[in-house]
Design a binder for this molecule. Sequence first.
Ligand code: ZN
Length: 59
Amino acid sequence: MCNCIICNKSNDGIIVYGRKICIECEKKIINTDLNTDFYLFYNKCIRKKLVKGYVKNTL
Ligand SMILES: [Zn+2]
């Protein structure tokens, strides 16, 4: 139910804006240069999920 939004595994993690990001992915993000593909992917991921959630909550 509460899987990481990036790797979709149920590892321990943090909740960001109501979405879970596991420790493994958090580490990757922290160690990732802002211009890398992973960061862009992460950003896209978050935005997609947030927008979806936002739309759902609004309706
Ligand atoms: Zn993850």
